[in-house]
Design a protein around this ligand. Structure first.
Ligand code: ACO
Length: 329
């Protein structure tokens, strides 16, 4: 009888974030569209966003974040078996942005591909990499969320253009022996959902396979808000229950950064005080797939998230897609 393959789990070994240099405040935006710092900040918590330079591509942002994650993990590009980039704003329709990150890092031995789940993209990419590791197919995976989201905005539409920004964040996962164990560091579980019936709540008005245009973001903000509150609450409960945890066990909530009101609502549901929630939305705005890994990188680098602590990720985005993950750091 052939022996069953040994169980494995993935452990976070490195992290890094990158934000473009150009910062645009709400006041600066108010000179371009009919809005105000007061309106944007009171509805969303956003005060500013970073915007990529004209010659900066999503793969450039991703590569900068990846370099920091590699350095932090003490690894080299050639150590990577797999590169997954979650993005809605790829450099090109093809090839995958991940392949360009691979080339820019100087890796030729691994494989690279993109994952598309809009603002839930990082949780999806993390889940994909975690499962490749658990299956034994890869040992070391680079997982990136990267966006030049401001390039798909309609700058005449004040209901959407004030909400988003550009950036990238990355983590490195590595295989360790044994099944996930909630007492030990590692990705404990990932939980993914989608429901394509809600496409019209949040979509882009173009595509290579429809009108051959890139298109711009269209959103029914109130509908997305309603879905966000319910679906995030459900998936967080699912993630906690799967691990025999309650909200009180969580050391850090690292949510998708779309709106401070949604973040506060989730923290309240979990019974977590604001001091245990990582919030970057005021400074980064909504960077879609990049928002969670940017927040993770910031809080792990400044010493808020400490080894051994329990971290809960959650996100919702176009599709609709939504998901969560529990990680022992
Ligand atoms: N500046 C000034 N006024 C504005 C702006 C703006 N930027 N945008 C809209 N308004 C006006 C509207 O025209 C409307 O005016 P009216 O009453 O005269 O018609 C008024 O403000 C209220 O508009 P609402 O859409 O009702 O504003 P609401 O309080 O719902 O806030 C928001 C809008 C912030 C988008 C909210 O619905 C929201 O946060 N939704 C969640 C969606 C989200 O976060 N999306 C991000 C992408 S998806 C994701 O990442 C999950």
């Amino acid at each position: 009888m052939t022996a069953l393959p040994a169980a494995r789990h993935s452990v976070v070994k490195g992290w890094g974030g990158y934000l473009p240099a150009d910062i645009v405040s709400n006041d600066a935006l108010a000179k371009r569209v009919d809005t105000s710092d007061e309106w944007i900040a009171s509805r969303t918590g956003i005060r500013q966003r970073h915007i990529a330079a004209e010659n900066e591509r999503t793969s450039d942002l991703a590569t900068e974040a990846a370099k920091k994650a590699l350095a932090q993990a003490g690894l080299k590009a050639e150590d990577l078996d797999m590169i997954v980039v979650a993005t809605t704003t790829p450099d090109h329709t093809f090839p995958a942005t991940a392949t360009q990150v691979q080339a820019k890092l100087g890796n030729t031995t691994g494989f690279a591909f993109d994952v598309q789940a809009v603002c839930t993209g990082f949780v999806y990419a993390l889940s994909v990499a975690d499962n490749f590791i658990k299956s034994g197919q890869v040992k070391t995976a680079l997982v990136i969320g990267a966006e030049t989201f401001t390039r798909i905005l309609d700058w005449q539409d004040r209901t959407t253009c004030v909400l988003f920004g550009d950036g990238a964040g990355a983590v490195i996962l590595q295989a360790e022996e044994g099944a996930p164990d909630k007492a030990k560091p590692g990705v404990l579980s990932t939980h993914l959902h989608s429901d394509g019936r809600f496409k019209d709540a949040l979509f882009v008005s173009g595509g290579a396979g429809s009108n051959g245009q890139v298109g711009v973001v269209r959103m029914n903000g109130q509908e997305v808000f309603r879905h966000a509150v319910q679906k995030l609450a459900d998936v967080v409960e699912e993630a906690l229950a799967a691990n025999g945890l309650t909200g009180k066990d969580i050391d850090w909530l690292v949510p998708h950064q779309a709106n401070q009101r949604i973040i506060d609502g989730m923290a309240k549901k979990l019974g977590l005080p604001g001091e245990r929630v990582v919030s970057t939305v005021a400074r980064h705005a909504n960077t879609s797939a990049a928002s969670i890994p940017l927040a993770l990188a910031e809080a792990a680098s400044d010493g808020r998230i400490k080894p051994g602590q329990l971290v809960l990720l959650e996100a919702i985005g176009g599709g609709l897609t939504w998901g969560a993950s529990v990680i022992r750091w």
